[in-house]
Design a protein around this ligand. Sequence first.
Ligand SMILES: *[C@@H]1O[C@H](CO)[C@@H](O)[C@H](O)[C@H]1NC(C)=O
Ligand SMILES: *[C@@H]1O[C@H](CO)[C@@H](O)[C@H](O)[C@H]1NC(C)=O
Length: 450
Amino acid sequence: MLLPSLLIVFITVQASSATINLSIFRRGGRFTDHKPCNLTHLSEILAATEQRYLTTYRGVDENRLVRRWRPTTGDDDHLLQAIGGDGSWYAALEVGSPPQELQFDLDMLGPDFYTVMTTSAEGSRYNTFASVTFDEDGSFDHAMCKRASDLFELSTSVRLSLPICTPPKASSLTLRSSGSVIGLGPPGFLTRLSGLNILDQLHTQGFITDTISSVTILDAETGVLSLGGTIAKDAEEAKIRAGIELQHFGQAEASPEWVQARVVEGMGLFDSTSVEKQFKWTKTQGPPGWWTTLMPGVWINGAKVMRNQPVLLDIQSPFILAPSEAARQFYAAIGGSYRLPAPHDMFFAIPCLNKVNIAFEMAGWNFPVMSAETTRFDSLHGPPGGPLSLGKLEDGTGYCVGVVVETRMGESSEWADSGLKRTWVLGEPFFRGLGVVFDHEKGRIGLRSY
Ligand SMILES: *[C@@H]1O[C@H](CO)[C@@H](O)[C@H](O)[C@H]1NC(C)=O
Ligand SMILES: *[C@@H]1O[C@H](CO)[C@@H](O)[C@H](O)[C@H]1NC(C)=O
């Protein structure tokens, strides 16, 4: 009887400290490729990206600044705004019995977890009638959203509450796509639905110990969202293994067992017990509600060219947005670069073949960014000019368009209370090559290089 009881202990320990890993994808595939840039198209995406940051403002709560939803005219459409079309990163989750696969757009600007049903045939729609485990009690979570729950297949079956939001029939919002949202924003002032967000639900039910979420981009269109933990250990192991295999390629002694032993040796320095030591941590700064912090330095080719830049982390931005003065300083430090003429003067051209070393200093550490290709596939199919580039400026030139783009948000009166005047947005290009953890309970961000 020893074995079964040991097994039970083992299973309990696993269950209480498990990390739930979800695959994430970029809808519509990779953002950049070998084709020359269409600047009109890029400008439209830039405008749409910026527009998402206009949904909240800096308001006062008692005597501190916090982030709040901007009132909307008529129906609250902020709940629908997080459901993107092309280009959004989403997690595919199995919901209901029999399981249906639903796409949950990642929302780093709000904490709520919900699904939206419109009358449109577009999007990924939850069919509640087809699920025998679907449950609703008729109460409301929000003027537009009913309280409901169903089983989710997350390595084990978990019942989660998933409010169902339906725009009023008379509203034009009902013509938008159906879809679902997994809010990864810090809980608090931006919570709109009375139910718990996904991390708190998993924590309350004992599936995860720590209310942390972590995003790891694997290549230009896939990645992993981990809830309750990270994939730091696997990523580190894969990196060490690849290094050893490359170094000893074709050598007789490099049998799989030999390589494995070297990997184990290499992992000796990795502290697998604590996320504390695996990541460098920085406290969030600025009005609570978004993942904002301070970037104490921007380094280009070994020189510190800027200090103390406020930043917002958001994987749904396909660019790195730099406020006007910062964008100017950034490109001034890159030889041969120049600003494109209006109307595309938010973009800068860089020589495609220049090797530029860029590091963002955060949490007391210089993290190389936009320098290494994440995969061989990316270096083959990505744009000329590598991760610092959005693609060739035009055919037959040696110039590429830089992935750091000037944003003027915060400069017009419409943005006066947005609190974003000097703020960078560190989007998807920043996440490549890094492990990023969001600690929802302690209000801090952890980073490590892969
Ligand atoms: C460039 O993008 C615009 C706007 O998205 C589009 O209308 C146009 O057809 C595109 N041009 C080319 C050459 O693809
Ligand atoms: C998720 O990843 C972590 C870290 O690599 C691993 O320890 C864990 O077993 C994974 N969990 C699942 C359910 O795959």
